[in-house]
Design a protein around this ligand. Sequence first.
Ligand SMILES: NC(=O)c1ccc[n+]([C@@H]2O[C@H](COP(=O)([O-])OP(=O)(O)OC[C@H]3O[C@@H](n4cnc5c(N)ncnc54)[C@H](OP(=O)(O)O)[C@@H]3O)[C@@H](O)[C@H]2O)c1
Length: 289
Amino acid sequence: MKIPTKKLKTGFEMPVFGLGTWQMGGRKEHDLDNDDEADILSIRTAIDSGITHIDTAEIYANGYSEILLGKAIKGYDRSKLFLVSKVHAENMSYENVINSCKKSLERIETAYLDLYLLHRHNPDLDLKQTIKALDYLVEQDLVKNIGVANFNKEFLAEAQSYTKNKIVCNQVHYNLEFREPEVTSLLNYCQNNDVFLVAWRPVGKGNLLENIPSIVKEMCDKYQKTPAEIAINWLISQPYILTLSKTRNIEHLRDNLNAIGWEMEQNDIEKLRKEYPNQKNISDTVPLG
Ligand SMILES: NC(=O)c1ccc[n+]([C@@H]2O[C@H](COP(=O)([O-])OP(=O)(O)OC[C@H]3O[C@@H](n4cnc5c(N)ncnc54)[C@H](OP(=O)(O)O)[C@@H]3O)[C@@H](O)[C@H]2O)c1
């Protein structure tokens, strides 16, 4: 299956759906009991199913997720993949950003990243210097595009003001239940400023697929889709929104891919926006993943 893309006005294009790797190889530390083969196979199965956008980070399993990704992509045409990694907030000094990126490239065994993200804003470091390091990585062709994650709209605007390179995305927590980007107008800001909002945790780590609210059941009946397909499609049917989900389960992968290639009606998008129960909007923890 060919995953559709969305395009910024600048011409930059990204697939509407990608594969996450949080918890592949461990959580914050490398889990020595991890089933590496299962993780590698899940990445390869995703690529064989048409997924090109794969998201990782230097802190995932303390770098081990990147190593697994490197093993998984061996033998595939690199130019057809869209690989994303992130620099940890503690490594955002000018020198450390560059070092972190080079180490990620070594672990993934690739010459470049398609997109490199700041994992979150670090108020203790000079954002201007951090962005300067991202610009250097672009100049050196180690990174094709730059972006951020978990930035509010003020920091996103500030980051953009320091670079001629386009900040192409902000990767943030957003799903049917978690609505902070709507409440803070970050979503509107991205839509008005030609920036992709890449929604992480689209199925709430699977929690959105339990105790299905009646409004979702209604949509499942109307569109003949599963709750996961509704949750993912609700995101990507909205302008400027892309998403990525992690799965190691082939049935879940199929389910998630069935969310693609059709569009929910605008009135149903708005109905879900309004009527989905128990919406949350304040993140009470530092993002994990
Ligand atoms: N920038 C950030 O700070 C940040 C934060 C969090 C995440 N992320 C990125 O975004 C990606 C996605 O977020 P996430 O992994 O936290 O959340 P997610 O994709 O909503 O949830 C992943 C979990 O849900 C299960 N799942 C996936 N599809 C399913 C389906 N169709 N039916 C039932 N269960 C399903 C998976 O289990 P199975 O493996 O058993 O299918 C996995 O445990 C991450 O992997 C990571 O790359 C970024």
